[in-house]
Design a protein around this ligand. Sequence first.
Ligand code: XMP
Length: 506
Amino acid sequence: QILILDFGSQYTQLIARRVRELDVYCEIHPYNHIPDLSPNVKGIILSGSPCSVRDADSPRIDLDQYRKQVPILGVCYGAQMLAQMLGGDVMPSQHREYGRAKLEIGDTDSSLLAGLSETSQVWMSHADTIVRIPENFRIIASTESVEVAAFKIENELTYGIQFHPEVTHSTEGKQLLHNFVVGICGCRQDWTSESFVETTIQGLRTRLGEDKVVMALSGGVDSTVAATLVHRAIGTNLYCIFVDNGLLRKGEFEQVLHSYQDMGLNIKGVDAKAQFYTALAGLEEPEAKRKAIGKAFIEVFDHEAHLIQDVKWLGQGTIYPDVIESVSVKGPSATIKSHHNVGGLPDFMKLKVVEPLNTLFKDEVRAVGRAMGITNSILNRHPFPGPGLGIRILGDITPEKVAILQEVDAIFINGLKKHELYDEVWQAGAMLLPVQSVGVMGDERTYERVVALRAVTSVDGMTADWAHLPYTFLAEVSNEIINRVKGVNRVVYDISSKPPATIEWE
Ligand code: XMP
């Protein structure tokens, strides 16, 4: 594997993704929490950073521990740190060095740059530049404005590059990373979904033995794939719980429960609708509703978990971005989240935790799911918030409002599927607004509810644009909603992007 040491760059996760696209396993660790070098580690990549090596308190590592042990590639800040700590000089850049540049390769023998075209396009993004390299360094590539665009340390496999090979604008960046990871570090390209499934199942068998595991499923990709892995490892010793909180989509509870049963999972469907509606009665404020829903879920799950004798583990569908986020570099004084006092937690939270997907990115989770034969209807499902329709009914929640919104949502989502637009958008749904408006139906005046449709395109949910759905489609859906859903006489379409709006309305 490759170890990626994170100094806080926005691109660190991208480096990891590129390495994995080469079918080589890698892990990101913050520079101030580096694990011991195991024999599995074949090379180290030092990431970029928003910090400047010229600052006294900028992040640093003890390079001597790693140099000559394994090959090292410093990227941007990582390269500057190598140059400066080993006796070179780094200064603020004279020119604007942000954007595309042409690489002039000075050393065609360099195995790092092997196979790159003579004027390869690379992506620069830096405010400092290396102005003097130590004596034992050799420049292997330059650009018009950056003399030290790439270097190698003589007699060792340590390299630095000022540009970002992980960004697609570096058109041959993948070749460079291949040269480093496969050519120089000698990693085998055998980390595939199939191999992940096989080794994970074996690992889970050893770790869990005859122990029982309890897991809450949501119908979403992550929990389903995680449960399938654990199920393949320990069979019916995995106890799955799927809670109907009364805030799911129309028919979703029954459908998802059936798919889980078809997959052979040991699943229990729990109808807790009444408990959630009671907990929510009269609550209007979004955060109060979220808290009530979260609390009710914990109570239901804790009760169910207690019914299983001797359960030892809690399975979870946590994925890699959640893990990296919680240990990301926040500056030299970064600390890892400390554990809460477990005294006041429900019993199931005192269980040992097993998270088989906590090293995977979302698209890798889907690939693993595909490798295990999970249906596309689950793998390609839009994200759906835990509090469900509870945060899409603005104001207080009643079973009647849920029923109205479920109908509206079903017409919208089925329409998207029928018109083959479902996979074009990242997420879609409907909001029931606390507004009534005047309309006319036949000769009658109506005074009924307004619903807002929301569909967005996005990569990760952090930013999003409203989906530019065809007018003809919106017209058809709006007609169907107003004609078929009693109590709704007006449909609006949300054309706000995130930021400044959010995807959900509450
Ligand atoms: P926002 O509304 O913050 O949503 O733009 C971003 C993504 O997160 C989902 N979301 C939630 N998911 N519990 C969840 O499990 C929540 O309380 C919650 N709030 C928002 C939202 O559906 C979107 O995918």
